[in-house]
Design a protein around this ligand. Structure first.
Ligand SMILES: C[S@@+](CC[C@H](N)C(=O)[O-])C[C@H]1O[C@@H](n2cnc3c(N)ncnc32)[C@H](O)[C@@H]1O
Length: 272
């Protein structure tokens, strides 16, 4: 495994601030039909008594902030992430709006919480980047109370096939040693084997389509992927990459009216 999944690389390049997550969320505004994953998670936990919830790899804290501000969740909320930079936006918003959410830097593989701490633990699009996936899942299991829920959102191996192809083409042109494709390491199709310690597992498959009529949001989204290539492209190379991606998107928009790509992921609900 090369440095694309290395802790320092994640902190310094891949998830050094919250801008990349924002762009990814923005591109999802063009998804059809709209799927609000945070709301889906909220509905799942609302069906049981959840007083204390942890978001593992919470990124910019969006899910927890929405839980408090939009969905009116009044229980205890905790969020951890490996990357201090990405937590800044969450910590600032938490302070400004007095949300009472406990954010801290921590590693999913060695959670700094006692056994049986939480009624529910969420992990949205995180585990692909964790070196020891089983260890992280086992830590979530340990920190859950009996009957608690581990809710994880995992891409299908068929998620965003055009993006995967684009990245592979770019990597070939750049002569990259490797390009990051998260679902190559872990996908909805392979996730069940990590959940064997749970008493019951439900998998909800979700699918929609990104449909974009002008290139800008997609180019901004692709722009976040510069550290996905090893070695990281220099400024000149990256300008050329973005230009060629723009042409590909524009061509499809001219030919078909839209650029489309398929989102496919699964919400796993595992009960301790
Ligand atoms: C794709 S982002 C998803 C963030 C957030 N869950 C969301 O859906 O917006 C992946 C997050 O996982 C975090 N991460 C990666 N490895 C981690 C680890 N070992 N422990 C905790 N967080 C980790 C990254 O820093 C990043 O914020």
């Amino acid at each position: 495994m090369i440095n694309l999944y290395n802790k320092l690389f994640l902190q310094k390049h891949l998830f050094n601030d919250d801008s990349k997550i924002k762009k990814a969320i923005e591109v999802n505004r063009f998804a059809n039909p709209k799927i609000d994953i945070d709301k889906e998670v909220f509905n799942i936990i609302s069906a049981t008594e959840v007083l204390k919830l942890l978001d593992v790899g919470c990124g910019n804290g969006d899910l927890l902030i929405r839980f408090r501000k939009e969905f009116g969740f009044i229980g205890e909320l905790h969020g951890i992430d490996l990357s201090e930079g990405i937590l800044n936006a969450a910590i600032n918003e938490n302070k400004k709006s007095k949300l009472g959410i406990a954010f801290r830097v921590d590693d999913a593989q060695t959670l700094d919480y006692p056994d049986d701490s939480f009624d529910a633990i969420v992990s949205k699009n995180v585990l692909y980047y964790v070196p020891d996936i089983q260890k992280a899942v086992d830590e979530c299991h340990r920190c859950l109370k009996d009957g608690g829920l581990f809710i994880s959102i995992i891409y299908s191996k068929n998620n965003q096939p055009k993006l995967v192809k684009l990245r592979e083409e770019v990597a070939r042109k750049l002569g990259s040693k490797e390009v990051l494709n998260p679902q190559d390491r872990l996908s909805a199709e392979t996730f069940n084997k990590y959940l064997e310690n749970f008493s019951k597992v439900e998998a909800r498959n979700m699918q929609n389509e990104i449909r974009i009529g002008f290139p800008k949001p997609y180019i901004e989204y692709f722009d976040c992927m510069r550290p996905h290539f090893d070695p990281i492209p220099n400024d000149e190379q990256w300008d050329q990459v973005l230009n060629s991606v723009k042409h590909i998107i524009e061509r499809e928009i001219v030919q078909k009216g839209n650029f489309t790509d398929k989102n496919a992921f699964t919400i796993f609900i595992a009960k301790k």
